[in-house]
Design a protein around this ligand. Structure first.
Ligand SMILES: NC(=O)c1ccc[n+]([C@@H]2O[C@H](COP(=O)([O-])OP(=O)(O)OC[C@H]3O[C@@H](n4cnc5c(N)ncnc54)[C@H](O)[C@@H]3O)[C@@H](O)[C@H]2O)c1
Length: 437
């Protein structure tokens, strides 16, 4: 299985990047998606998402004949040794996971299965999903064929997905029998990462437990920011001082606008929900959610406390993506800030280096929202400038020009990109998170 025939069902952030990285190390990959536009874009050399380094890697592997795209699941099932499922698992209103995409794919695979396949769940799913997928395939498969269902959660970070997939910290392989273990090890062997083989339930729990813990770290830093503001301390110094302790680590210990994106909020809700179903009230994680929601409320209050009336105020917003290096705006705190300001009657001038196209559906351009192609144009005539995403180029904003072009030089920084003393020296009224003012 050194050069395995791999099919990926679901060609989104996880599926496209995983498929491309599998091709990069020599596997033969077929990416399937039910969205024909996406497949057409990919076949025509386009890339439907922004991920640093992805475009050239896709081109290279398509040219080498190792990476192909189709909208036919039947073709994908037929031409494969291993089938990865990477379809969405969105949240439902009660916080539980909508597993209908996974169930749908399991049934589709079942209807086309004619010989042994390893079916790998890469989507983030609640514990016991692999067992349900296996049961569904058995139920809907007309032929008497053998198969194994494996849980192989994905830990990539959007914005760093290629890097994370090529050099993973670890690979988790959850199995119900030993049969697929050798093939799975061989598929991942080129990535030279530690491989942990567990049962499927443990593998599924590892993913939810890991994401919930990272969200907890962010909320911890945000809770500290409240104390720091009250005490006149600097949260960046406090978290750095903590994080340099190797047992703690500095990563995910930054105060800011709170976590968002397509994973943390939904995975946290799902884990709380699953825990409840399993008889445990995970109050610690409910508090993590509460701190996150309050951090956003506190930020909006800071804007209103500073500007008093928001109606008809002209506010520049830098950042729409949920974090740097991505075009993903799903559950983006930056979008929430914009939507709340619009509801208060503010007039927004917004910019994001990559996410403007995707943002337009959630924050339509109109009398209250103007999209600008350059970050330097955003502050012009504004009563305040809000920093909502931590894109590194925002830290390089021409501050003298910004100061001169604004109506009133107020900067409210949700990502602590600037030095408070320097901003004051330049004549700004500068508010940030957990740094005294
Ligand atoms: N985005 C991340 O950073 C990340 C990281 C780790 C894990 N995950 C998990 O991976 C899963 C996928 O997330 P994503 O961000 O890649 O989602 P996505 O929405 O970007 O991509 C999913 C793709 O699946 C396709 N699809 C849906 N049903 C299909 C079907 N029946 N057949 C073929 N294609 C189908 C959709 O058209 C879409 O292109 C989720 O469970 C998510 O929680 C995401």
């Amino acid at each position: 299985m050194k050069n395995a025939r791999i099919t990926i069902i679901g060609t989104g952030y996880v599926g496209l990047v995983s498929g491309t990285c599998f091709a990069e190390v020599g596997h033969q990959v077929l990416c399937v998606d039910k969205d024909p536009h996406k497949i057409e874009t990919l076949r025509n050399g386009g890339i439907p998402i922004y991920e640093p380094g992805l475009e050239e890697m896709v081109r290279r592997n398509v040219a080498a004949g190792r990476l192909q795209f189709t909208d036919s699941t039947a073709e994908g099932v037929e031409n494969s040794d291993i089938i990865f499922i990477a379809v969405p698992t969105p949240p439902q209103p009660d916080g539980s996971v909508d597993l209908s995409f996974i169930e749908g794919v399991a049934r589709e695979i079942a209807s086309h299965l004619t010989g042994y396949r390893i079916i790998v769940d890469k989507s983030t799913v609640p514990v016991k999903t692999a067992e349900k997928v296996a049961e569904t395939i058995r139920r809907y498969c007309k032929a008497r064929v053998e198969f194994d269902v494996v849980s192989n959660p994905e830990f990539l970070r959007e914005g760093f997905a290629v890097e994370d997939l090529m050099k993973p910290d670890r690979i988790v392989i959850g199995v119900g029998s030993q049969r697929p273990v050798t093939a799975m090890r061989e598929v991942y062997e080129p990535f030279q990462a530690p491989i942990i083989v567990t049962d499927t339930n443990s593998a599924e729990l590892i993913k939810h437990a890991a994401n919930s813990f990272l969200a907890l770290k962010i909320s911890y830093a945000n809770a500290l920011s409240v104390i720091c503001e009250a005490a006149g301390a600097n949260v960046q110094e406090v978290t750095r001082g903590m994080g340099l302790d190797a047992r703690i680590g500095t990563r995910f210990l930054q105060a800011g606008l709170g976590f968002g994106g397509s994973c943390f909020p939904k995975d946290l809700s799902a884990f709380i929900q699953i825990s409840t179903e399993l008889g445990y009230d995970f109050r610690l994680l409910k508090e993590v959610q509460r701190i996150n929601a309050e951090q956003m409320d506190r930020f909006i209050k800071r804007i209103t406390d500073t500007l008093w009336v928001l109606k008809a105020k002209r506010i520049g917003v830098l950042g729409l993506a949920f974090k740097q290096n991505t075009d993903d705006v799903r559950t983006s705190p930056a979008i929430e800030v914009c939507q709340r300001l619009v509801r208060e009657g503010a007039m927004l001038r917004v910019h994001d280096p990559q996410a403007m196209d995707k943002a337009r559906t959630l924050l339509p351009e109109g009398p209250q929202v103007t999209y600008l192609l350059s970050q330097d144009e955003v502050p012009e005539g504004c009563d305040a400038l809000v920093i909502a995403t931590e894109w590194p180029q925002f830290a390089k904003l021409d501050l003298a020009r910004t100061r001169a072009s604004m109506n009133t030089p107020i900067v409210i920084d949700g990502r602590n990109l600037f030095d408070p003393a320097e901003m004051e020296r330049l004549g700004f009224i500068y508010k940030s998170i957990g740094r005294g003012s």
